[in-house]
Design a protein around this ligand. Structure first.
Ligand SMILES: [Zn+2]
Length: 194
């Protein structure tokens, strides 16, 4: 398929194949569609549940799960960075949007915002950023979940250890403009409380 996307897909120092700029890219520019070819599945479709294990699926605004066709390179190949230069936009057609000036040849990275339960599926991060957290995901534990309550849609806790951890997560997410991940953390904790 003909494409004007200003990127190429090649081996990355971070992990596997990555997405690289073929020219300078300015903040706000759409860089590449997330999944040029994909399947659209209902949330309760067992195939959507199975595909979620790849961690590449995206929930579209219309409530469908988008599963990238891994034979067709796109934004789904973006590696994670703790100091990303781009972000995944899911309103409309999911796509990768530039956050800060990108030089020709630079790898395009996004922030995955994964939240894991009790460290299960935790992944080391090799993004190489000065501010690298060492792991890609944010882990919350059953102990954390037992110590929080949701008050007016906000997480509240009287446990100083848990409060410190959640504040540390919030501070980091704020510093890179990824505050929305806090909602995923809150959702996960609420789910774990059952
Ligand atoms: Zn990192």
């Amino acid at each position: 398929m003909f494409s004007l996307a200003p990127v190429e897909f090649r081996r990355s120092e971070i992990e596997g194949r990555g997405v690289f700029a073929k020219r300078a890219i300015a903040p706000g520019e759409t860089i590449v569609p997330y999944a040029p070819k994909h399947a659209r599945l209902a949330v309760d479709d067992p195939r959507a549940t199975a595909a979620a294990a790849t961690r590449l699926t995206v929930l579209a605004p219309d409530g469908f799960v988008l599963v990238p066709d891994e034979g067709s390179p796109g934004g789904w190949l973006c590696n994670h960075s703790c100091a990303p230069n781009a972000t995944l936009v899911t309103s409309g057609t999911p796509r990768i949007r530039c956050l800060r000036p990108v030089a020709r040849g630079e790898e395009i990275t996004i922030f995955y915002g994964w939240v894991t339960e009790n460290g299960e599926g935790s992944m080391p991060c090799r993004c190489g950023a000065e501010t690298c957290r060492g792991t890609i995901d944010f882990t919350v534990t059953d102990e954390d979940a037992a110590a929080v309550r949701v008050v007016d849609g906000e997480l509240a806790t009287t446990d100083p250890r848990v409060r410190e951890k959640l504040e540390e997560y919030a501070e980091f997410l704020h510093s890179i403009g990824q505050e929305h991940v806090q909602r995923a953390i809150a959702t996960k904790l609420a789910h774990m409380r059952g």
